[in-house]
Design a protein around this ligand. Structure first.
Ligand code: NDP
Ligand code: 2IT
Length: 453
């Protein structure tokens, strides 16, 4: 039997080792398994990758920094949370990836996100390695001052590990423009330097136009590329979207702009179904609800008649042409995937990271549904982050039109890479395989060049 030290271990032995070394880290093991399932057949006849243990090295973060974050709430209680930064791989550029504030954050979640980010960033073609950070801090119900104090305390630890040439964080769940402002301000105060250490900044202080929109718009551009390839279009299609945050609302806006109709949005408490369509005015209202009033999606039905709210439920049983999970990981399971297929879904395009479970993905593949994994479809966000880094380095700012054109090109390019590497029989494309192999090749090529480290 092969041991984990054999030069050419097989997939099962490799995964056994990953499980053994990462006990209880289910999300991380899930993400590694999904990539390894495609990479192993690809490197079968490439002994140099085996000998250099490339995949094993990518699946072992370069380092994980974890720290205590103390802050005082508005009633002067001392609160203690945990913060992390997972620096997964910097073979092709500085570590790059978001920061997530959510009570479900733990080391497994951040390790899976940093691992996925490594492949996603590679697919963009830009010089960015993979990282992710965050805290189990729950922003829900906190005042602006509490969030500010938390962010300042978080950055007081994080600042020594990041920099424009080492590691460049951005936003993710629970970290939007308000939080990036507090984090950037504290970094500047601590170091005395104004530099492009974070992306997703406000436009007043070095942020890029189109960055807030980029993930959601980019995901819809990817969806359109998939549909076009099979001679369809977004126009006239109904879309079921989960989430009501940055990615979900921008995806919804672009679906509307291209002539589609958005039927649902959700948050962690439930979803709203609006058969009349969630048009641009309604989306503007949702964005104000979420970003200014910090409200819940359930309030939608008090504002707009004809819509229904479904407490504790996810939207995947609503009949639609396309589905876009844009909330969080493992939010679309096999039975829900089956419901979508039974209802005639034609394409599933992920705005979130790993929102579909492994069994759910299998359902889509077996049913021949066009299915785009997050690491390809949601890469527009980090790609425009990369463009924000370029603008900061050059001390220039580009306009929306130029950036939107660049985003369109970047998404087409990622789509083409997936088609090229994921081509199957009878013109079919396995976008998961395409994204995994194309993402892997570039990082692996760089790692081989560096030798053993
Ligand atoms: P936001 O914080 O703006 O919105 C997150 C949304 O998802 C909220 O509606 C939130 O509801 C919901 N949500 C969060 N956690 C859960 C959960 N455990 N169960 C159900 N719903 C949940 O985050 P973003 O829109 O930025 O991120 C959404 C997804 O997109 C994430 O997977 C993120 O990693 C991914 N992503 C984000 C990018 C970006 O540029 N922002 C780039 C690429 C990917 P509630 O308010 O109830 O928590
Ligand atoms: O998951 C992601 O790609 C992000 N949260 C965005 C990362 C970034 O650095 O812009």
């Amino acid at each position: 039997m092969a041991s984990v030290y054999d030069r050419q271990v097989d997939f099962d032995t490799f995964m056994e080792g990953v499980e053994k070394r990462n006990p209880g880290q289910d999300e991380f093991v899930q993400a590694v398994r999904e990539v390894a399932a495609d990479v192993f057949p690809f490197i079968e006849d490439k002994p140099e990758y085996h000998e250099a243990q490339i995949l094993r090295r990518i699946a072992e973060p370069d380092r994980i920094v974890s720290f205590r974050v103390c802050w005082e709430d508005d009633d002067n209680n001392v609160r203690v949370e945990r913060g992390w930064r997972v620096q997964n791989n910097n073979a092709i550029g500085p570590y790059k990836g978001g920061i997530r504030f959510h009570p479900t954050v733990n080391e497994s979640v951040l390790k899976f996100l940093a691992f996925e980010q490594t492949f996603k960033n590679s697919l963009t073609g830009l010089p960015m390695g993979g990282g992710k950070g965050g805290s189990n801090f729950n922003p829900r119900g906190k005042s602006d001052n509490e969030v500010m104090r938390f962010c300042q305390s978080f950055m007081t630890e994080l600042y020594r590990h990041i920099g424009p040439h080492t590691d460049v964080p951005a936003g993710d769940i629970g970290v939007g423009s308000r939080e990036i402002g507090y984090l950037f301000g504290q970094y500047k105060r601590l170091t005395g330097r104004w530099e492009g250490v974070l992306t997703g900044k406000g436009c007043e202080y070095g942020g890029s136009a189109m960055r807030p929109e980029a993930t959601g718009y980019g995901a819809v551009y990817f969806l359109r590329n998939m549909l076009t390839r099979s001679e369809h279009d977004v126009e006239g299609k109904t879309a079921v979207i989960s989430g009501a945050g940055n990615v979900a609302t921008h995806a919804a806006k672009k679906i509307n702009a291209l002539g589609g109709k958005v039927l649902t949005l959700s948050d962690s408490d439930g979803f709203v179904h609006d058969p009349d369509g969630i048009d641009q005015d309604k989306i503007a209202w949702v964005r104000e609800l979420k970003n200014e009033r910090r409200g819940r999606i359930s309030e939608y039905v008090e504002e707009f008649t004809g819509a229904t709210y479904h407490e504790g439920k996810r939207p995947w049983h609503v009949e639609c042409d396309v589905a876009m999970p844009c909330a969080t990981q493992n939010e679309l399971e096999a039975d829900e995937a089956r419901a979508l297929v039974d209802n005639g879904v034609m394409a599933v395009c992920e705005g979130a990271n790993m929102p579909t479970t492994k069994n759910g993905v299998d359902v889509f593949h077996e049913a021949d549904v066009l299915y785009a994994p997050g690491k390809a479809a949601n890469a527009g966000g980090v790609a425009v982050s990369g463009l924000e880094m370029s603008q900061n380095a050059e001390r220039v700012s580009w306009n929306r039109e130029k950036l939107d054109d660049m985003l369109l090109d970047l998404m087409s390019d990622i789509h083409d890479k997936c088609v090229d590497r994921g081509a199957g029989s009878r013109g079919r494309v396995n976008y998961v395989k395409g994204a995994n192999i194309a993402g892997f090749e570039r990082v692996a090529g760089a790692m081989l060049a560096f030798g053993v480290m």
